[in-house]
Design a protein around this ligand. Structure first.
Ligand SMILES: Cc1cc2nc3c(=O)[nH]c(=O)nc-3n(C[C@H](O)[C@H](O)[C@H](O)COP(=O)(O)O)c2cc1C
Length: 342
């Protein structure tokens, strides 16, 4: 019993450490194949799943949504929902499946999500979020965390954000990731809601001053490891990167183990990473999967490097060819190299 408690404690402190740098949950992007690639680039960063809704798991029985590869740890499951009982059941399913953390989505503004009363609209109901967190935390022994916005619509973020954090923390949440902009629930698409409402990093950093004992991560508009490091230096506990990590995975993740986690390792080479994906691709194809389900996440691997466009083109065009297999990786590398000036 004591041994098991120690194991849980160790695992939970590992995930807190990993949260110094995380890759954001992104629907349709951070699926298991994407996370496997990201894990090859950084041993340490915390990876989040796409949002999985608690109704899909609990009422729909869609347990396949919980599948992940053992190599992905540390990996957090993001849940969407607003029914404390159902979220608790979903959290238990996630913890039983082996996730290192369960995260609740209080930031997603899409219509579908608003109609189910979850996501960003919950910024207006801190009491309900607190109930959800308490119910989830009561049934799992991994951390339950929250990803939120600074507010929604015409809320005064300087008032609602500290109130939200205080209430949800009182229910047992010790770790928050704050997307440093409001969500406007009417009139903006989800995509516009990631760009148009202005970023307010100062407000997020003030939260660290107000809640020094909580682990707070900042998210939104961060595009380099140097920027992430600057947030750590300014006192933030963690930094979450979304789009930049997806589009330029090498830039954000390959140097992270050394720069953010202090590991004594050189950044992996993107060519080696592309080759290291081949056994994974083979395994996926052998179970009836399609090549492009994996290679679509690899298109940005050489972003900003000579030959990046050739790599992208050959890989994206070739992946949907009938019978395409891992030799496409070799072909894309060869064409990329052939296109380089001598
Ligand atoms: C394609 C896409 C899908 C997203 N899906 C989710 C999601 O499922 N859950 C969530 O909390 N945020 C989601 N987000 C928001 C990101 O997690 C992140 O908060 C946002 O992109 C801002 O960070 P960035 O500027 O580093 O990209 C999504 C973003 C993108 C681009």
């Amino acid at each position: 019993m004591a041994e098991q408690r120690n194991l849980i404690k160790q695992r939970n402190s590992d995930v807190v450490r990993a949260a110094r740098l995380s890759v954001a949950p992104m629907m349709d992007w951070t699926d298991r194949h994407c996370r496997y690639l990201h894990r090859l680039l950084s041993r340490n960063a915390l990876l989040y799943t796409e949002m999985v809704t608690s109704p899909a798991l609990v009422r729909g029985g869609a347990l396949h949504l919980l599948d992940f590869h053992a190599e992905e740890h540390p990996v957090a499951l993001q849940l969407g929902g607003s029914d404390p009982k159902e979220l608790a059941q979903a959290a238990r399913l996630g913890a039983d499946a082996g996730y290192d953390e369960i995260n609740l989505n209080v930031g997603c503004p899409s219509d579908r999500v608003q109609s189910g009363t979850f996501g960003a609209i919950l910024m207006k109901q801190p009491g309900l979020v607190a109930e959800c967190v308490a119910a989830m935390q009561a049934v799992v022994n991994v951390p339950v965390t929250v990803k939120c916005r600074i507010g929604v619509d015409d809320q005064d973020a300087t008032e609602v954000l500290p109130e939200f954090i205080a209430r949800v923390a009182a229910a047992g949440c010790e770790r928050f990731t704050i997307h440093a902009r409001k969500a406007w629930l009417q009139g903006l698409s989800p995509k516009e809601n990631r760009d148009i409402p202005p970023l307010d990093y100062d407000l997020v950093m003030q939260m660290k001053g107000l809640f020094p004992a909580l682990h707070l991560s900042v998210n939104g508009g961060i595009t380099s490891l140097e920027q992430a490091k600057a947030f750590h230096d300014a006192g933030m506990d963690g930094v979450m990167v979304g789009r930049a990590a997806y589009h330029q995975p090498w830039d954000i993740l390959a140097g992270a183990d050394a720069l953010i986690f202090g590991a004594d390792t050189a950044a992996p080479d993107p060519v080696e990473i592309s080759l290291a994906m081949i056994p994974y691709i083979d395994a996926h194809l052998s179970t009836g999967g399609r090549l492009h389900q994996i290679t679509r996440h690899m298109l940005g691997l050489f972003a900003g490097r000579p030959g990046a466009r050739v790599w992208r083109r050959v890989l994206s065009e070739g992946a949907s060819r009938k019978g395409a297999g891992p030799e496409l990786i070799h072909e894309s590398l060869a064409q990329m190299q052939a296109a380089q000036p001598v």
